[in-house]
Design a protein around this ligand. Structure first.
Ligand code: MRU
Length: 344
């Protein structure tokens, strides 16, 4: 599969495919300063947990480039990295990638070493993400039956990662193996990541895709037309409770009722070993405007309030398995236990 050009370091800037304009327009944003990048993350020009983390990792390089030399260099960089850290609260990849860059910054002897070390580390994280996607594709496709129909929610594809995807990496691999019949994509209100982005990726890859209103997912599952659900994640707590795009929990409930397996595909960079369960995951609330308007048309009765959480938490008990780069696990805690058992 040809990776999606989600984000690319050009030599002196971070080039982002502007996802706000898809599917109609394929245009790029050049980030040469931290505020442009922070705005791109906040407004979902770049989005999806792994892609946000990688964008911030390259953002730390930008922070070092724009911070003047001198005794305040490290503190200046850290101030800018904190701007990136404050962009979105739920996807844990953002915090993991910035913590990794902070370690590089602290260890660097001078500004030049910091810039080259931060860039090298951002590239390493990006390569790791691509390798994790390929591995998730293999582990996930091995779970699927022949002539399979898959339902997915939001966009967990190349656009949401370093270029290949998590849930969609499984779908791409199943397509390559000739075992995929079709994909159903929830449209994913209110920002339509399913209709705009997942469908764009599927069409680009030549995979048959049908977009459904989110409210049709339970009926579709009950109809028996779907063999398996595969979704991505923004943060997985130690016990396996999983934060993902709002509406994921409803799909998991409907899948349980219909007896359809429900898998989460996510790299270890999305695991939050420090949060015991889903109750500790911060859920981002977004603006009322995202719900109140469709394009330029106001769709909300004047005087009505809006509640617009961007994510929900699916309890671990509803998840058949978590597909990560190491295989299929029941929770991040299990990966820790496996490491302890194997002495690694
Ligand atoms: O608000 P978004 O578009 O950043 O939300 C993205 C999701 O919820 C994705 O499903 C998740 O990040 C998985 S990305 C591989």
């Amino acid at each position: 599969m040809n990776p999606v050009p989600t984000l690319e370091w050009t030599g002196d800037s971070l080039r982002l495919l502007d996802q706000r304009l898809l599917p109609g327009t394929e245009a790029f944003i050049e980030c040469r300063d931290v505020e442009t990048l922070a705005c791109a993350i906040r407004t979902l020009a770049v989005r999806g947990a792994p892609a946000i983390g990688l964008a911030a990792a390259y953002g730390a390089v930008i922070a070092a480039i724009v911070t003047p030399p001198g005794s305040g260099f490290r503190e200046g960089c850290r101030r800018l990295m904190r701007v990136l850290e404050a962009t979105r609260p739920t996807a844990v990849n953002l915090f993991h990638c910035l913590a990794s860059q902070e370690r590089v910054l602290s260890a660097a002897e001078n500004r030049a070493a910091a810039i080259s070390g931060l860039l090298e580390n951002a590239r390493r994280l990006h390569d790791q993400d691509l390798a994790a996607s390929a591995a998730m594709g293999r582990h996930g496709a091995a779970l699927l039956p022949p002539d399979c129909a898959v339902l997915t929610h939001c966009n967990a594809g190349g656009l949401a990662t370093g270029g290949l995807g998590t849930a969609l990496a499984v779908i791409y691999e199943a397509h390559a193996r000739g075992i995929l019949r079709e994909v159903y994509a929830d449209e994913t209100r209110p920002l339509l990541q399913g209709a705009r982005l997942t469908a764009w990726e599927m069409v680009r890859a030549g995979i048959p895709v049908t977009v459904i209103p989110d409210s049709a997912a339970a009926s579709l599952l009950a109809s028996g037309r779907v063999n398996v659900v595969v979704v991505g994640a923004d943060r997985i707590a130690l016990n396996g409770d999983t934060a993902n795009k709002i509406g994921t929990f409803s799909v998991a409930l409907a899948a349980r009722d219909a007896g359809v397996p429900f898998y989460v595909a996510a790299p270890v960079s999305t695991f939050d070993f420090a949060t015991p369960d889903g109750s500790g995951i911060v859920i981002e609330n977004r603006s009322a405007g995202e719900v109140a308007r469709l394009g330029d048309t106001v769709t909300l009765a004047s005087g009505a309030e809006v509640w617009n959480p961007a994510f929900d938490v699916t309890p671990a008990g509803l998840i058949t398995g978590i597909i990560c780069e190491h295989g299929v696990v029941s929770s991040p805690a299990e990966t820790l236990r496996t490491q302890v058992d194997s002495g690694s």
